[in-house]
Design a protein around this ligand. Structure first.
Ligand SMILES: C[S@@+](CC[C@H](N)C(=O)[O-])C[C@H]1O[C@@H](n2cnc3c(N)ncnc32)[C@H](O)[C@@H]1O
Length: 219
């Protein structure tokens, strides 16, 4: 099975539990996060990323991958003066996001691949990538494409898994999550990631919580 089919199948099969696992909606998901992810709370990481976007933001933003919009729904609805484009590879995830954000004229949806974005250079003021890079198969292309579509002075805001911080998390990612297709290797270490970001962006601000990195870069 190709990487793309594996990813689509993985997210298709997990769509009914995705939101609850990520948001720690039940005791099992809280135990999973506590045991395998040193307690790193995705809700908290998402809140932090969203706080980087002012409530009166009126520019253009790409959300890639939107997933089911479980973390972003409320904020995206409030940003009615902005123009938001939500892209995802999985029709199932995108379909759920569309239903969640229905009735919002300032939001559009595109099924596509982050490695080949269907947008002109310098189209967006903000590119948001929440929990995306650990799922993307061609990470070099994804870094290049998200940079290409960003305006000069625009912000790249993201969070994702990095390797080498916690043995238990690394084991889970390589032995289970990558085999199923929710994650796709190779994964950068903190040092490798910083090299990539520093080559692309004029300002790089980041911090690490467990095995998750949150970043905010200016082009
Ligand atoms: C872990 S989910 C994150 C979704 C959402 N941002 C969140 O935080 O809940 C990863 C998403 O990446 C999408 N994805 C994987 N490879 C992709 C690609 N090449 N281009 C666009 N989206 C992709 C998957 O379909 C999935 O919806």
């Amino acid at each position: 099975m190709s990487n793309k089919d594996k990813i689509k199948t993985a997210y298709h099969d997990s769509i009914s539990i995705y939101d609850s696992v990520l948001t720690q909606g039940n005791i099992l998901s809280r135990m999973y996060i506590s045991f395998f992810w040193s307690g790193t709370d995705d809700n908290r990481v998402a809140e932090e990323l969203l706080s980087y976007i002012p409530d009166d933001f009126a520019g253009s933003m790409l959300d890639v991958p939107v997933g089911t919009a479980v973390f972003t729904e409320k904020k995206w609805r409030r940003l009615s003066a902005a123009k938001i484009t939500c892209l995802d590879y999985s029709e199932d995830m995108l379909g759920k996001a569309k239903r969640r954000l229905s009735g919002c004229d300032h939001i559009s949806f595109v099924q596509g691949d982050v490695g080949s974005l269907p947008f002109e250079d310098a189209s967006f003021d903000i590119v948001m990538s929440m929990n995306g890079f650990h799922a993307f198969p061609k990470k070099k292309k994804a870094f290049k494409e998200t940079w290409r579509v960003l305006k000069k002075g625009g912000q790249f805001i993201a969070c994702f898994y990095i390797k080498g911080r916690n043995k238990r998390t690394d084991w889970l990612v390589s032995r289970i999550l990558s085999k199923k297709g929710w994650f796709t290797p190779p994964f950068p270490t903190e040092e490798q990631l910083l090299k990539v970001l520093n080559r692309l962006y004029s300002e790089v601000d980041y911090h690490v919580d467990g095995s998750m990195v949150s970043i905010r870069c200016v082009k």
